[in-house]
Design a protein around this ligand. Structure first.
Ligand code: A2P
Length: 279
C-alpha cells in the first residue's frame, strides 16, 4: 500500500550531523578559518579534534553520496558557544578543494565525538608549558590559549609558531594580540613584559624578525637566549606539539634529548604530540 503522504516518504535532503557555517575568513591563498554552530550536546576538552566534512560527489555507478570527512582540531575554546576551525586549502584536496568555498549559511557535517591527545589531562603538573606549532598545527593551541585552565595550571605559557611566510602567521598573531588586550584574559596572563603568555613566531621562507625552523633555534640555543630561559627540563617543562609528521618527529627527538617523555591520557607525562591534519 502506498503511503498516504508521499512527500513524507521521500528522503529528507539534509546532511547527517549538520551544522551551519556562521563566518568564514580567508587569511592567505593557502589558509582560512571558519566558525559553525555548536551542537547543544557537544562537550569537549580544549585541544581535541572532531571529524568534519561535506557530502562527497555522487558515485558514478550508483549515484550514492558518501560523507567526506577529515579530522580537524577545534580551534575555539571549550567555553565558546560556536566552534572554530583553521584549515589549509589544498587545490586538488578531496575535501579542502570544496570546503574552502563554504559561505555563511552553508551546512557542514560535524561528527560530535571529540578525541585527541593535546589535552591537559595527558601532562603531569609543571611550571612552564610550551606549545610548538607549524602551519595549521596552530589550531589546537588556538583553543588551549583561550582556555583559562592553561594559565591556571602553568606559571608560563610559550607558543612557538613556524610558518613559511609572515602572512601565514597572521591568524595566530591576531589571536594572541586579542588575548593580550582582552580584559578578562589580562587578569590571567598579564599585559606587560612579565606576561605569562609568550609568543615566538618564526618564518622560514620570508624575511621576518625571527627566521628559521624552531627545531634549529632550539638546538642552537637561540630560543632560550631570546626568551631568557636556561633550557627545557623534565622537572619544570611540559610541551604539546602539533605540525607535520617530519616536524613532530624532529621536535620529539629534541624534547627526548632534554629528558622529557611522551605522555597520554591514560599515562600523563611531559609532552604530547598530534599531527596537524591536512584535508
Ligand atoms: P621549511 O620552509 O624549511 O620547510 P608547511 O607549510 O610545509 O606545512 O610548513 C610549515 C612550516 O614548518 C615551514 O616553515 C617549514 O619550514 C616548517 N617545517 C617543515 N618541516 C619541519 C621540520 N621537520 N622541522 C621544523 N620545521 C619544519
Amino acid at each position: 500500500q502506498r503511503p498516504v503522504n508521499q512527500a513524507a516518504a521521500k528522503p529528507v535532503p539534509t546532511l547527517p550531523d549538520a551544522q551551519t557555517v556562521t563566518s568564514v575568513q580567508h587569511w592567505t591563498d593557502r589558509l582560512f578559518s571558519f566558525r559553525v554552530t555548536r551542537p547543544a550536546s557537544l562537550r569537549f576538552r580544549s585541544g581535541e579534534f572532531v571529524m568534519i566534512g561535506l557530502m562527497g560527489d555522487p558515485d558514478p555507478a550508483t549515484g550514492k553520496q558518501k560523507p567526506l570527512l577529515r579530522a580537524y582540531s577545534i580551534a575555539s575554546p571549550s567555553w565558546d558557544e560556536e566552534l572554530e576551525f583553521y584549515s589549509i586549502k589544498v587545490q586538488d584536496g578531496p575535501l579542502t578543494s570544496k570546503l574552502q568555498h563554504i559561505q555563511p549559511g552553508d551546512q557542514i557535517i560535524l561528527r560530535p565525538k571529540p578525541v585527541g591527545t593535546l589535552v591537559h589531562d595527558a601532562l603531569l603538573p609543571g611550571k612552564r608549558i610550551w606549545f610548538f606549532a607549524t602551519g595549521t598545527g596552530f589550531a589546537p593551541f588556538a583553543s588551549l590559549l583561550r582556555d583559562p585552565e592553561t594559565y591556571e595550571k602553568f606559571d608560563e605559557v610559550i607558543i612557538t609558531h613556524t610558518c613559511r611566510d609572515v602572512a601565514e602567521l597572521e591568524y595566530g598573531r591576531l589571536l594572541i594580540e586579542k588575548l593580550k588586550t582582552d580584559e578578562l584574559m589580562q587578569e590571567l596572563i598579564g599585559a606587560d613584559h612579565l606576561a605569562k603568555l609568550r609568543y615566538y613566531p618564526t618564518t622560514t621562507r620570508e624575511e621576518s624578525p625571527k627566521m628559521g625552523r624552531i627545531t634549529t633555534l632550539l638546538q642552537d640555543g637561540t630560543v632560550f637566549r631570546d626568551l631568557g630561559i636556561d633550557g627545557i627540563t623534565p622537572e619544570t617543562d611540559r610541551a604539546m606539539v602539533c605540525g607535520s609528521l617530519g616536524f613532530n618527529k624532529d621536535i620529539m627527538a629534541i624534547l627526548e634529548g632534554f629528558g622529557l617523555e611522551e605522555g597520554a591520557n591514560s599515562d600523563p607525562k611531559h609532552f604530547v604530540v598530534e599531527k596537524a591534519f591536512v584535508g
